[in-house]
Design a binder for this molecule. Structure first.
Ligand code: 26Q
Length: 824
C-alpha cells in the first residue's frame, strides 16, 4: 500500500509545455523566493535549470538503483579535470526537452538564447585532457555504460583571461558565486583522508608483519554529485567531485585562549586542498599542494569504489571482474599504490595476490611525450606526506626490477632506465613508470602518438613487457555538444537531408551526406548555414574586441592553449608576412586577393613567460594591421579573450580554415581539429596527432598539410645545435620587420625572437616556414573556387564518423575494460 502511494506521488513529469511552466513558476516563487512579476534573465535561467535538475535527479536515481540491482562491472574514470562548460542547453537537448521548454519560456516573456547565455561555464580543466573527459562522460551515459567519473570540486576553475595593453591578465574564476543547480551536495558521503605521520609495524596472529599508517593530519572529503544525462536514453550517470573540509570547524582550545586566527587556521588549510585548479597545461609543476590534491582525490575515490564493491559481498579475487579504473594521465597514479595499501594493510591480503588484483584493475592513458610534462615527485616529499605509500612504491619497484633482472641478467643499464625511482639527488618517483607497472594496458590517444610512445619514452618497457601491453585508442568528441548543440542549424539541415537523427547516436551515418556534395540546392543551404554562423561570430567579435570583421572574408582560426609547441608564434609571423605582401601590392592586385580574418584565442599558463609574449605580439600586430586603411579589409587580426568551452561553441561552427600546426610529434592527438572538421571547416595542419587520421578519412583534396615529419625532427634539432643552419629568408624578413619597431618597442619581443636564434629554434619554425607559406597560398587559391570549397566542406563533415567519442568509448569498453552496457 505504501509503495503504491509512493509511486502515485512520484508521477510528476515536467516534459510538456504546461507542466514546465508550472514548475518554472514554482521555482521562481519558492526556490528563488522571487515575485513572478519581477524576474530577470538570470532568475529565468535558474528557474529553468532547477526544473531540468528535477528531471535529472529522477533519472539519476533510477539509473543508480538499476545498477545496484544488476551489479554489473563498473567503469571508473579518474580525471583531475572535467571541462564540462555549460549544462543547461546540453541537458535540454539530451533529454529532448528543448522545444517544449523553449516555447514555455517564450510564453512567459523570455528568449531561450538569453536564458542559456546566463550560465557560467564549469571550467574545471585546462584544455584537451579535461574536455576529453567531459566528452567521454557524455558517451558513457549515451551508450548506457555503468560508469562513474571521479574528480575534484575546485572552488576556482581555470582563471578568466582579460587583456590589458595587449597582455594577458588573470582573474579568479569564482564560479560558485551563485548557486550551482548542476550539483547535488552529498553531505552524508564523507571520507576521512590522512596525511603525514608515521608507519608502525606489528606481527599479527598468523606471524605476518603488518603495517599501520598513523597520519598526523586528517581532512574530510565531501562528495558533490554531477549528473550526466545520456542522449536518447533514460540513463543518467554521475561524476563525483570531492571537496575538502576541515575535520573540525575550529580549535576550541585556541579559541578559548583568545587566539582566534590560529583557531580557524586549520580549517583554512584543509579548504585549501580543493581551492584551485592548477592552470598548467602540458607542464608539470612540483608543488606540494598539487601532490596533496592528487592523494586527497585518489584516496576518497578508492574508498568509495571499494565500499561499493564490498556491498556485493564478492571475494576480493572478483574485484577486477567488477571494477575497471581508467587513469586519465599520470595524475591519479597514486590510486595504484592506495589500492595495494588497502588490500595488504587494511584487508590483510598477501602482497602478490593484492598486486595481481591491482594490475588487473587499472589501465593508463598517456596524453603527452613532452619531457617538461612528465610527472615526477621528490622522494622526500612523498615520504613526508605519504610515508606508507613511499614504502609500497619502493617495494613495487624492487619486485619489478627483480623481474627485469631475470629477463635481462647482465643489463644494468635497463634497470636504471626502467626503474620507478630516478636515482638523482634527491631521488624522484617517476609517475609514468609507476602507472605502467601498475596497469594491464597503456594507451596513447592517436595512432602516431601511440607508436611514438612505444619507440621513444616507453621503448624499454616494450622490451620487457612486449608490445601487447601498449595500444592505441584514438580520441573522439561528442557530436551531441559539438554539432547538435553548437551548430543547431547545421544539425537540422543534416537531419532533414538524411531523413533521420541517427547520426546523433551513430556518427558514421553522416556518410549519407556524400551524395549531396554536388547537389546545388543542398550546397546553397550549406553555405547559408556557414554564413549565418560567421555572422554570429562577427557579432561576438564586435562585442568582445570592438573589431569589425567582414563575414564574407575567409575565417582562419587558431584557438587552443598558447604553447610554444603549438606554434601560434609561427602563425602570427606568417600574418606579418601576409601583411607585408599586401602592402607591396597595387590596389588592382589587392582586389584579387582573398580577404582574411585571422582569429586567435587561448590562455597561457600564468607563469609561462614566452607564451604570454606571443599573446602580446598577436595583439600588437592586430593593432597595426586593423587600423591600416591602405590594405582595406583584406586582412584583419583578432585575439578573442577568455577562450573557453562556451566561446568554442560559437567559434568552431564559423571556421573556413582552422590551424593545427604543432611541430610534428608533439601534439599527442588534438581534439579541436575534429570539432572544426565535423562542422564543415577545413584544416591547415602538420603531419601530427589526429590530423593524420583525419587526413586518412577525408582524403587529400580536403585538407592542407605541410611541414617536416615526426621522424625528421630529431635530425633537424641536431642540425640547429651543431651546424649553422641559415634561417628561412622569408622568416628573416619578418623578424627584421619586428625588430625595426613596426609593431611597437621591439625590445619587448626579443626574448621571443631569441627562441629562434639563441634557443636553436627547438620547435622548428624556420624549417617549416616555407612549406607553411606555400600551404597558405593553396588555401587562398582553393577558397577562390567557392563552389568547390563548399563541396570540400560537405565531404569533410560526411567523413568524420570515426571521430565520435562513442567509437572511442566502445573501443575502451571492449579492448581495455571488458565492460558491457547496462540500461535502466
Ligand atoms: C601535471 C602535473 C602538475 C600540474 C599540472 C599537470 C598537468 C595538467 C594538465 C599536465 C598535463 C595537463 C594536460 C594535458 C593535456 O591536455 N594534454 C592533451 O590531451 C588531449 C587529449 O588526449 C590531446 O588531444 C592533446 O594533444 C594533449 O596535449
Amino acid at each position: 500500500k505504501i509503495v503504491g502511494l509512493w509511486e502515485k506521488c512520484a508521477v510528476n513529469e515536467n516534459d510538456d509545455k504546461e507542466n514546465f511552466q508550472r514548475s518554472f513558476v514554482r521555482h521562481v516563487t519558492t526556490t528563488l523566493a522571487r515575485s513572478v512579476y519581477n524576474i530577470d534573465n538570470f532568475s529565468a535561467y535558474q528557474a529553468t535549470a532547477h526544473t531540468v535538475r528535477d528531471q535529472l535527479i529522477k533519472r539519476w536515481n533510477d539509473t543508480q538503483q538499476s545498477h545496484t540491482e544488476a551489479d554489473p562491472k563498473r567503469v571508473y574514470y579518474l580525471s583531475l579535470e572535467f571541462l564540462l562548460g555549460r549544462s543547461l542547453d546540453n541537458a535540454l537537448l539530451n533529454l529532448g526537452l528543448k522545444e517544449n521548454f523553449g516555447e514555455g519560456v517564450k510564453d512567459l516573456g523570455f528568449r531561450m538564447e538569453d536564458i542559456l547565455d546566463e550560465e557560467v561555464d564549469a571550467a574545471l580543466g585546462n584544455g584537451g585532457l579535461g574536455r576529453l573527459a567531459a566528452c567521454y562522460m557524455d558517451s558513457l551515459a549515451s551508450l548506457d555504460y555503468p560508469a562513474w567519473g571521479y574528480g575534484l570540486r575546485y572552488t576556482y576553475g581555470i582563471f578568466q583571461q582579460r587583456l590589458k595593453d595587449g597582455y594577458q591578465v588573470e582573474f579568479p574564476d569564482y564560479w560558485l558565486n551563485f548557486d550551482n543547480p548542476w550539483e547535488l551536495p552529498r553531505l552524508d558521503v564523507v571520507v576521512d583522508i590522512q596525511f603525514g605521520g608515521s608507519v608502525n609495524k606489528y606481527t599479527d596472529e598468523d606471524g605476518r608483519v603488518r603495517h599501520v599508517w598513523e597520519g598526523n593530519d586528517v581532512i574530510k572529503a565531501v562528495a558533490y554529485d554531477v549528473p550526466i544525462p545520456g542522449y536518447g536514453t533514460k540513463n543518467c550517470i554521475n561524476i563525483r567531485l570531492w571537496s575538502s573540509k576541515p575535520k573540525r570547524q575550529f580549535d576550541l582550545g585556541r579559541f578559548n585562549e583568545g587566539q582566534y586566527e590560529q583557531a580557524v587556521q586549520e580549517q583554512m588549510q584543509a579548504e585549501n586542498i580543493t581551492a584551485v585548479l592548477y592552470p598548467n597545461d602540458n607542464h608539470m609543476v612540483g608543488k606540494e599542494l598539487r601532490l596533496k590534491q592528487q592523494y586527497f582525490w585518489v584516496a576518497a575515490s578508492l574508498h568509495d569504489i571499494v565500499r561499493r564493491f564490498k556491498k556485493s559481498e564478492k571475494p576480493w579475487s572478483k574485484f577486477p571482474d567488477q571494477v575497471a579504473i581508467q587513469l586519465n594521465d599520470t595524475h591519479p597514479t597514486l590510486a595504484i599504490v592506495e589500492l595495494q595499501r588497502i588490500l595488504v594493510d587494511l584487508e590483510g591480503l598477501d602482497w602478490d595476490e593484492a598486486w595481481n588484483i591491482v594490475t588487473r584493475t587499472f589501465a593508463f592513458t598517456n596524453h603527452t611525450i613532452l619531457p617538461e610534462a612528465m610527472e615526477k615527485w621528490p622522494v622526500p616529499m612523498v615520504a613526508y606526506l605519504l610515508p606508507r605509500h613511499m614504502q609500497i612504491i619502493f617495494d613495487v619497484n624492487l619486485f619489478f626490477l627483480q623481474n627485469v633482472e631475470k629477463l635481462f641478467p647482465d643489463d644494468r643499464d635497463i634497470l636504471a632506465k626502467l626503474s620507478i625511482i630516478e636515482e638523482a639527488t634527491p631521488q624522484f618517483v617517476r609517475m609514468a613508470h609507476l602507472a605502467i607497472v601498475g596497469s594491464h594496458q597503456v594507451n596513447g590517444v592517436a595512432e602516431l602518438h601511440s607508436n611514438l610512445i612505444k619507440t621513444t619514452i616507453f621503448k624499454d618497457f616494450v622490451k620487457f613487457y612486449g608490445s601487447e601491453k601498449f595500444t592505441n585508442v584514438t580520441n573522439g568528441i561528442t557530436p551531441r555538444r559539438w554539432l547538435h548543440q553548437a551548430n543547431p542549424k547545421l544539425g537540422d539541415l543534416i537531419t532533414e537531408v538524411i531523413g533521420s537523427k541517427d547520426w546523433l547516436k551513430d556518427l558514421s551515418s553522416l556518410s549519407k551526406l556524400e551524395k549531396f556534395a554536388d547537389d546545388k540546392e543542398f550546397k546553397k543551404q550549406w553555405v547559408t548555414v556557414k554564413r549565418s554562423n560567421k555572422v554570429r561570430l562577427a557579432e561576438y567579435i564586435k562585442t568582445h574586441t570592438g573589431v569589425v570583421v567582414n563575414p564574407n572574408a575567409l575565417f582562419d582560426i587558431q584557438v587552443k592553449r598558447i604553447h610554444e609547441y603549438k606554434r601560434q608564434f609561427m602563425n602570427i609571423l606568417s600574418v606579418i608576412h601576409r601583411y607585408n605582401s599586401l602592402k607591396k601590392m597595387s590596389s588592382e592586385e589587392r582586389c584579387e586577393v582573398v580577404k582574411r580574418v585571422v582569429i586567435f584565442g587561448g590562455k597561457a599558463a600564468p607563469g609561462y613567460y614566452i607564451a604570454k609574449l606571443v599573446i602580446k605580439l598577436i595583439n600588437s600586430v592586430a593593432e597595426v594591421v586593423n587600423k591600416d586603411e591602405s590594405i582595406e579589409d583584406t586582412l584583419k587580426v583578432v585575439f578573442i579573450p577568455d577562450y573557453n568551452v562556451s566561446v568554442a561553441e560559437i567559434i568552431i561552427p564559423a571556421s573556413d580554415i582552422s590551424q593545427h600546426i604543432s611541430t610534428a610529434g608533439t601534439e599527442a592527438s588534438g581534439t579541436s581539429n575534429m570539432k572544426f572538421v565535423l562542422n564543415g571547416g577545413l584544416i591547415l595542419g602538420t603531419v601530427d596527432g589526429a590530423n593524420i587520421e583525419i587526413h586518412e578519412e577525408i582524403g587529400d583534396d580536403n585538407i592542407f598539410m605541410f611541414g617536416n615529419l615526426a621522424d625528421q625532427v630529431e635530425d633537424l634539432r641536431h642540425a640547429h645545435r651543431y651546424r649553422n643552419v641559415p634561417i628561412d629568408p622569408a622568416l628573416q624578413e619578418v623578424i627584421n620587420d619586428i625588430e625595426s619597431g613596426h609593431f611597437g618597442d621591439s625590445r619587448i619581443f626579443s626574448p621571443l625572437i631569441n627562441t629562434l636564434t639563441i634557443g636553436k629554434d627547438y620547435y622548428l619554425i624556420s624549417d617549416d616556414f616555407g612549406s607553411y607559406l606555400s600551404a597558405q597560398n593553396l588555401v587562398d587559391e582553393a577558397y577562390k573556387n567557392q563552389d568547390d570549397w563548399t563541396r570540400k566542406s560537405i565531404l569533410c563533415t560526411a567523413r568524420m564518423g570515426k571521430f565520435s567519442s562513442d567509437r572511442a568509448i566502445i573501443e575502451y569498453a571492449n579492448r581495455i575494460w571488458n565492460a558491457k552496457p547496462c540500461s535502466a
